[in-house]
Design a protein. Structure first.
Length: 692
């Protein structure tokens, strides 16, 4: 039920570990204010600047409110309005014709525009499975880290966020929680006030690093080497919990042999830091079992990202930090939630299930896929792409190739969107989707251990429809009859979790819907006595699964693809490493079109170290060109020691059409994949910079 006037309860849908509970003030059917819910323990009444302005986004003057059909050239963004009946008829006719002839020529493209389990991938996945369409490997963000955790802990699990407040040593590793994990940062600040030592490990002196007692500015992509160097010191100086290792880990002897090759001197040379820094960090980390590590996904967006997560994840088991609720590590907590993926997505609807399945397209290589003519190895040429919950023309790597693929006149493109994004400009059909305040959803979190319900606060704006309803209508237009395609959002949500799981004891769908959220029943110190969700029940330093796959079963350091160690000739031409972490006022590309937030961010900037700027004759405030063999972009130079020598930092991700030169950081990123998980290597990128 919508609230014409009063308060409604909602959940922030965006790709952020905080998964905040929100209160929506509604007046005369319009959302006028969005605040954090003070009753929700992880949220504590506080929202980030972006989401506190969510009402601006919902009622934005350029919100899409009716279906549109392209009338200009692809990429021009010229459309004319049509009705839903006509839009559904066009979509059903074209997709139906392709599906009858070559279903794998249809590709869905989606990611985390919403993290909701209903509006994310439920009816949509069922629809594409029923057609026999190509499957999408949704690996653009977190897959390397998820694989690293899976091969070490058995799942994406870790310590509870709230207990960081009790930690005595905290390593913020490849993370900037002030910008991207605000509620964790409040716990870290509490620990710091109580005497904790907080250290940032990051190539860039981020807002978070500036507020830590120490910042270790290692080279991008060298995190695994630093973790192995810490292990070396722990082993040589016997700062280990031998009882924990013996009872609750697998493969220590092999890990020990490998770590002993990573002397502090070797690690210092790899990482570009002082040898004593490695030794001191290891000693500090081992000085208390109340040592917590917060990793985030930036550090796994390089060639060796999966191995880096594996190496760091081993550390708490070596020192016995898991014995304490304020010790351990956290990259993602999503694996604690008993989500029933098969019930939500129904892979059994695929025509060849389970033995003969459609091909898989890795979303990080969509540029190559869309420009492929098709052959026996690749399969049929892609003839149709349906984009929802994503903006690939802006966010996918090797952007020029992605745009070239979407510009094909023979590619039928449907985009479900709230705004006319860079990708929407290439659509043949542009279909208006609801925002979080206009539909039902159910959520898990990858930063805390609550499951949550989002109830619609207002009626859909204009003619916008939930993703689920759009796919239901297209399925009906194609005369599909599978009942699973037509379940209501409430029915889908009721299937989202395995309600009989011990973590949800006493909770069912009606109870959760009435309460708004429930905390999963997980021990305060979940691995104090082992019990990892691996096949052995142990923290697996040595992974049998990796060995069976022909991969290195022990974590190791892999130099970035684009580095002097791995590609010296490339590094000679492009000597600067570039990373493109999130701008504080954007979340990927979601908030770039909110004028108040874009005005705060200003314009695209490139941070570079004074020595690198001097070598190139660049002064603070100059317009510069950033380039490599894949492309180029322009930005305003900020000469600052926040970027270490040899590194440039372009805070991202701008809509290309809202950037002065119509380009963003993904003009220069590559489609290469990580060691584990097939994830993107956005931060494995060499460039050169010159005055524009």
């Amino acid at each position: 039920m919508n609230a014409p006037t009063g308060f409604a309860r909602a959940v922030c849908p965006h790709d952020c570990p905080d998964t905040c509970a929100m209160r929506v003030t509604v007046e005369d059917g319009r959302a006028v204010k969005v605040t954090g819910d003070p009753d929700h323990p992880p949220t504590q009444g506080v929202l980030c600047t972006k989401v506190s302005r969510y009402a601006e986004r919902v009622h934005h003057p350029r919100r899409l409110t009716q279906p549109m059909k392209r009338v200009g050239r692809k990429g021009e963004g010229r459309f004319e309005p049509i009705g839903w009946d006509e839009a559904v008829a066009i979509a059903a006719a074209k997709l139906g014709e392709i599906a009858r002839r070559a279903p794998e020529a249809i590709v869905p493209y989606s990611y985390a525009g919403t993290m909701g389990l209903v509006q994310g991938d439920s009816i949509a996945q069922r629809f594409f499975h029923k057609l026999g369409a190509s499957r999408l490997d949704r690996a653009i963000c977190a897959s390397a880290g998820a694989a690293g955790l899976r091969y070490t802990y058995g799942a994406s699990v870790g310590m509870h966020t709230e207990y960081f407040a009790e930690s005595e040593v905290i390593l913020i590793w490849g993370a900037n929680p002030i910008a991207s994990n605000l509620h964790l940062w409040t716990r870290v600040q509490e620990a710091k006030r109580n005497g904790a030592t907080v250290i940032a490990i990051d190539p860039y002196r981020s807002l978070t690093a500036e507020k830590c007692q120490q910042h270790i500015a290692l080279k991008p992509g060298t995190d695994a080497a630093l973790a192995l160097g810490i292990m070396h010191v722990l082993i040589v100086e016997d700062r280990l919990d031998h009882a924990y290792i013996a009872a609750h880990t697998q493969g220590f002897d092999g890990l020990k042999a490998r770590a002993l090759t990573y002397t502090p001197a070797r690690v210092a040379a790899i990482c570009g830091i002082d040898e004593q820094t490695v030794v001191d960090l290891a000693r500090l980390y081992a000085s208390t079992r109340k040592s917590a590590i917060r990793m985030n996904y930036g550090m796994q967006r390089v060639r060796g990202g999966g191995n880096a997560v594996r190496a760091i994840a081993c550390l708490p088991a070596l020192t016995g930090a898991w014995r304490e609720r304020s010790g351990g590590a956290l990259l993602s907590s999503s694996g604690w939630s008993p989500a029933d993926v098969n019930a939500l997505q129904r892979p059994d609807l695929m025509p060849g299930w389970p033995s003969k399945l459609p091909r898989v397209i890795n979303m990080n290589q969509i540029g190559d896929a869309l420009t492929h003519e098709g052959d026996a190895a690749f399969g049929p040429k892609i003839e149709a792409i349906v984009v929802y919950n994503s903006n690939p023309v802006a966010v996918a790597p090797d952007s020029a190739k992605v745009a070239a693929g979407f510009a094909r006149d023979d590619l039928f493109t449907i985009v479900l969107e709230q705004f006319q994004t860079d990708t929407a400009d290439y659509a043949d059909l542009l279909l208006p989707a609801t925002t979080q305040l206009e539909h039902l959803d159910i959520h898990k979190s990858y930063g805390h251990t609550h499951v949550m319900v989002n109830l619609p606060a207002i009626a859909p704006v204009g003619g916008a429809l939930p993703n689920t309803e759009i796919f239901r209508r297209i399925a009906r237009g194609m005369q599909l009859t599978e009942p699973a395609l037509f379940e209501s959002d409430d029915e889908v949500a009721s299937r989202a979790f395995r309600w009989d799981d011990p973590a949800l004891e006493g909770v069912d769908w009606p109870t959760l819907k009435a309460q708004g959220w429930a905390k999963l029943k997980i021990a305060d110190a979940p691995f104090a006595n082992g019990g990892f969700p691996t096949t052995t029940g142990k923290c697996e330093f040595y992974s049998d699964a990796l060995a069976k796959s022909g991969l290195d079963p022990l974590p190791d350091y892999l130099p970035p693809y684009e580095s002097a160690d791995h590609a010296p000739e490339l590094a000679a031409r492009y000597p600067l490493a570039m990373i493109s972490p999130p701008a504080r006022n954007f979340l990927n590309t979601t908030f770039v079109n909110v004028e108040s937030l874009r005005a705060t961010e200003g314009e695209p900037h490139l941070d570079l170290h004074p020595s690198d700027a001097a070598d190139r004759g660049v002064a603070d405030g100059d317009e510069v060109r950033v380039f490599n063999d894949r492309g180029s972009l322009r930005a305003r130079a900020r000469v600052t020691e926040r970027a270490r020598e040899g590194l440039v930092v372009g805070l991202s991700i701008w809509w290309k059409k809202l950037a002065p030169d119509g380009r963003n950081a993904n003009q220069v990123t590559s489609q290469a994949l990580t060691d584990l998980g097939g994830s993107a290597t956005f931060y494995d990128c060499l460039v050169e910079v010159e005055r524009a």
